[in-house]
Design a protein around this ligand. Structure first.
Ligand SMILES: Nc1ncnc2c1ncn2[C@@H]1O[C@H](COP(=O)(O)OP(=O)(O)OP(=O)(O)O)[C@@H](O)[C@H]1O
Length: 206
């Protein structure tokens, strides 16, 4: 599904990674590991097409994402370290807005899905009044409402409690079983839940 071909990234005269190669297939989950500052987020942003690699290319279904970005964008769900949630809006408004700008049905009844993700009673509260973990849950609702094949998630477990982590892992399993793929960064140990977890480790380069 996804091929990273000889990708190099240089930031502020520091080479974060060079000639990086790996692939991700349908049904696979891959964890990007490495110390703070190694370049994990930079790599995710290149793979999502938000930043250009200094060298190399990213292919999705054998086509360069830069040449076919619109098609790629339809198959991609990216949730960054910053959640992209508008804290002035309510949980419900945030999700409806996200559905609308992504071409999904924004008029559907969202109360059941918000309840499922642990936000019952908080649907109409401005997000700024929610806890960090509840705000993360508002962002993660998108994982239940999209039809993208490739999920790129930067630290999705941040601020979630144990039940939130377990719930998210269950959703990952459903996505993988449906033929999707997941590329993520996390400090969570995923090996017990995903025995076939792939790992790419970025070393900190001086
Ligand atoms: N927009 C930017 N402009 C200049 N340098 C940047 C920019 N974004 C990141 N960097 C630098 O690139 C390096 C890698 O940052 P990045 O966020 O990719 O690391 P990371 O592995 O995701 O770190 P963490 O585990 O702390 O999230 C850091 O040294 C950072 O200072």
């Amino acid at each position: 599904m996804l091929h990273i071909k000889a990708v190099t990234c240089i930031k502020q005269d520091r080479c974060l990674f060079a000639d990086l190669n790996f692939s991700l297939k349908s049904g696979q989950i891959m964890q990007l590991a490495g110390p703070n500052g190694a370049g994990k987020t930079s790599l995710l942003r290149i793979i999502a097409g938000f930043a250009m690699a200094d060298e190399g290319d990213v292919l999705f279904q054998d086509r360069s994402i830069t040449k076919y970005y619109d098609e790629y964008a339809q198959e991609l769900l990216f949730i960054g370290h910053k959640t992209g949630v508008n804290t002035q809006l309510t949980a419900l408004e945030n999700v409806a807005f996200w559905l609308k700008i992504n071409g999904y049905d924004s008029k559907q009844d969202l109360y059941p899905i918000l309840a499922k993700i642990g936000l019952v009673g908080l649907e109409d509260v401005p997000v700024r009044m929610l806890s960090a973990g509840q705000q993360r849950r508002v962002a993660l609702v998108r994982l239940w409402l999209n039809s993208a094949k490739l999920w790129i998630l930067d630290e999705p477990f941040t601020a979630l409690d144990k039940s939130g982590v377990a719930f998210l892992q269950e959703r990952f399993v459903e996505h993988l079983n449906a033929g999707g793929a997941i590329l993520l960064t996390t400090h969570q140990d995923l090996t017990t839940h995903f025995s076939d977890l792939q790992t790419v480790t970025l070393e900190y380069r001086h």
